[in-house]
Design a protein around this ligand. Structure first.
Ligand SMILES: Nc1nc2c(ncn2[C@@H]2O[C@H](COP(=O)(O)OP(=O)(O)OP(=O)(O)O)[C@@H](O)[C@H]2O)c(=O)[nH]1
Length: 484
């Protein structure tokens, strides 16, 4: 029992462990999805503006036409730049090496002096394509910033389709990092952006080993998902169409600690419930044991000891036993005289016939019909009852049993009693009945009896012999006892 309960508790706690872990997995996936959505919205907003700037630049800006007509475009671009809080600069460059960079810096960083935009990856990729915006991380030679996030697009003349170069918007990487820093993961973890080639795009200061990046590129094959690698859980989601991934790295220890923290509450609850159950089980067993012991000793001693439950149980057992005994008693007793009835006689006579020194007497009231006829049946009943009472009273401690054999006939079984003693008993009974005064002044009652030995013939023959003697007694004038 206790073992089964403990087993159930362990199974429930384990199921709870798996359930909590699964719930954290979902939370992390949701977190990565939200970061990806937010980052996507953030970058798309800037991409739309860059696209608009590229379109306007294509219409208004031709490097071949000199600088004068650029002023209005420059002002327009500067205005756009001002409304983009995270934008660092914008560059329009063509494949002849001409470029303008806004805002204009009077003292650019020394790196800018020999800078050629055509050597930048954002230029080479963007100039080959006509539709898709390109995202890359670069250094800004003008400010000396090591990292800017560049969104680049080709500048295509709307009228003749000629390529006027590339427009590139540089965003402050630190601002994009803030998205990742300020996002609230469900647990302590590292969140960063990398591309499909395993290169880090944005990483707010986490240390990510190159082999980890390699492993992620091999495992992160779907649009989104999660996997376990080298004691870490990884949750990822693609940032299409940039070919980037938002990655969240959770240490296995961190996940296990959280799951353990949650599961331990359930385990404590289960443990407490188990202890309470076992205690109740033990207490009930002990209480029942005490009750059984008290009932047993009550039954053995015949004394009901204090204690409501035991008393009730004892009473119930006792009264049910009494009911049972009464049913048996009623089944074997004549209701008028209180003597044992014919059914009891039929059972007992066989037993007596197999024993030594047993005798049978058949008794019949004399002239009973006349008594009934003269004084009525109720008086006849009283006579029957009085006869039985006298016979019973005279038995004393002897093993003499009286049976109402039928009508006004009574059978008597003498167990281990000599013929003389039996005769003496019957005689005393006959005299006491015959001398008995009734309320009815003229009522005189007597009986005749036939007494014989048992055991030397069948029951039927013994009864027939006693009946024959009774018949003889009647014939000889009644109020007589004959024996053989
Ligand atoms: N009051 C009463 N009468 C009974 C009962 N059982 C049998 N009797 C009556 O007992 C009478 C027996 O009459 P009989 O068989 O003629 O015998 P008897 O009148 O005693 O005559 P002898 O036996 O020859 O002395 C019948 O009238 C029965 O109705 C009973 O329980 N109560």
């Amino acid at each position: 029992m206790a073992f089964t309960l403990i087993l159930v508790c362990i199974v429930i706690t384990l199921a709870q462990w798996i359930d909590i872990k699964e719930s954290y997995r979902k939370q992390n996936n949701l977190y990565v999805r939200n970061v990806a959505l937010f980052t996507d919205k953030y970058l798309s907003g800037y991409e739309v503006i860059v696209r608009e700037m590229a379109r306007v630049s294509a219409d208004q800006h031709k490097f071949s036409q000199g600088k004068a007509q650029d002023l209005s475009l420059r002002n327009w671009l500067i205005e756009r730049l001002r409304i983009m809080p995270d934008a660092v600069s914008i560059i329009h460059a063509d494949d002849a090496g001409n470029f303008i960079r806004l805002p204009y810096l009077a003292k650019p960083h020394t790196n800018a002096q020999s800078w050629d935009p055509r050597k930048e990856s954002w230029f080479t990729i963007a100039i080959e394509d006509t539709e898709v915006a390109h995202y890359s991380i670069n250094a800004d030679p003008f400010t000396g910033k090591q990292q800017v996030l560049t969104i680049s697009l080709p500048v295509i003349d709307g009228t003749d389709g000629s390529n006027e170069g590339v427009l590139a918007l540089n965003l402050d990487v630190e601002k994009t990092e803030e998205i990742l820093v300020n996002s609230a993961p469900p647990m302590t973890s590292k969140t960063f952006l990398m591309n499909r080639e395993g290169k880090i795009i944005i990483n707010p200061g986490h240390e990510i080993a190159p082999e980890t990046l390699k492993a992620i590129t091999e495992r992160a094959r779907e649009h989104h998902g999660d996997f376990y690698q080298n004691r870490h859980y990884y949750f990822y989601r693609a940032l299409e169409p940039r070919g980037w991934f938002v990655i969240q790295e959770v240490a296995e220890n961190e996940m296990n600690e959280l799951v353990l923290h949650e599961s331990i509450k359930v385990a404590y609850g289960m443990g407490f419930a188990l202890v309470v159950l076992l205690f109740c089980w033990w207490a009930t067993g002990a209480a029942l044991n005490t009750i059984y012991m008290r009932i047993a000793s009550s039954i053995r001693d015949g004394v009901i000891k204090p204690g409501a439950v035991e008393e009730l149980l004892f009473e119930e057992i006792h009264s049910s036993q009494q009911r049972h005994e009464k049913i048996i008693h009623d089944a074997l007793t004549d209701s008028l005289t209180g003597l044992a009835n014919r059914r009891a006689f039929d059972t007992e006579v066989k037993r007596h016939n197999n024993q030594e020194n047993c005798h049978l007497a058949m008794i019949d009231l004399d002239n009973f019909k006349s008594i009934n006829d003269r004084w009525g049946h109720p008086v006849g009943d009283i006579v029957l009852k009085t006869t039985a009472e006298l016979g019973m009273r005279l038995c004393g401690l002897e093993k003499i049993t009286l049976y109402r054999y039928g009508g006004e006939e009574i059978a008597v079984l003498f167990d281990d009693i000599s013929l003389e003693k039996a005769q003496s008993y019957l005689e005393k009974w006959r005299i006491s009945l015959n001398t008995r005064s009734f309320r009815e002044p003229d009522l005189k009652v007597s009986f005749s009896a036939g007494l014989c030995k048992m055991g030397d013939a069948s029951v039927e023959e013994v009864i027939a012999r006693a009946d024959a003697l009774l018949y003889e007694a009647k014939k000889s004038g009644k109020n007589t006892i004959l024996s053989a």
